[in-house]
Design a binder for this molecule. Structure first.
Ligand SMILES: [Zn+2]
Length: 252
């Protein structure tokens, strides 16, 4: 059975939408991930996790939205940054297009932390329109499921965990000979409880936020399996949930 919308004909899509009210939408970014990883890391990973979970659960999956909220990485070449407003609007219209065919439940598989605020705001807006959106992010799921697989300094942006996933999914476009370990710099004003408008380049010269050289295909496989299983479980629960129970409650 086909699950990728962009591979279906309209006749096949009609059959799916007549029988189902749920869809998966992967979103990511195109931004620097250190000297060893491809710029597409965040959208490649979101797409791979979403499509595998879609196959295992029989739920329709859309093409990945590749550009996201990444202006904090822009000093590193090739980063394509979209404003939160435009990103949110694009994802919203995509969800509304699905809703035209009866979709009321959308699982957004987000590959880039910088997108989260815009997505969370959007999810609240869409709930008012009768569409319930859940947002799945692989890295908190991986930390929960495999707490001992990586040290904290291996779990950050462009570090060993993310690099391992890249090695598992598409090793040919990762160059481990360029992998570096760099301790992020601390800004003079940085303290617990203070938020500053800093960019990635304020913290690191390579784009890596910690240790990336310990990445491996095996570790990447373990992460991929664990997070896909977790997503499949979430999709199963979401499918079962009654849409009436997910909608906004009336005032008390
Ligand atoms: Zn990333």
């Amino acid at each position: 059975m086909k699950v990728l919308l962009h591979e279906m004909s309209w006749v096949e899509a009609k059959k799916y939408f007549m029988e189902n009210d749920i869809a998966i939408l992967p979103v990511g970014s195109n931004e620097q991930h250190g000297p060893q990883n491809p710029l597409g890391t965040d959208h490649f990973i979101a797409k791979a996790i979403a499509e595998e979970a879609a196959k295992r659960s029989g739920v329709l999956c859309l093409q990945v939205i590749p550009f996201g909220v990444s202006s904090h990485h822009r000093q590193f070449w090739g980063t394509i940054h979209i404003s939160p407003k435009t990103f949110k609007g694009y994802v919203k219209e995509t969800c509304l297009a699905l809703n035209y065919y009866g979709v009321k439940k959308v699982v957004i598989v987000n590959g880039h932390g910088g997108n989260l605020n815009a997505l969370a705001e959007l999810a609240r807006e869409l709930r008012e329109k009768g569409i319930f959106v859940s947002i799945f992010q692989w890295w908190p799921a991986a930390s929960k499921l495999l707490p001992d697989l990586f040290k904290p300094e291996e779990r950050r942006h462009a570090c060993a965990e993310e690099t391992s996933l890249n090695l598992t999914l598409h090793s040919k476009i990762v160059d481990m000979s360029k992998a570096v370990d760099e301790k992020p710099r601390k800004h003079a004003l940085q303290e617990e409880g203070i938020t500053l408008p800093l960019d990635t380049v304020d913290y690191t010269s390579s784009g890596v936020f910690g240790v990336s050289s310990t990445a491996s295909v095996e570790k990447g496989k373990a992460v991929f399996e664990a997070v896909v299983n977790e997503l499949v479980k979430h999709i199963a629960a979401f499918k079962k949930a009654k849409i009436e129970d997910l909608m906004q409650k009336k005032k008390v």
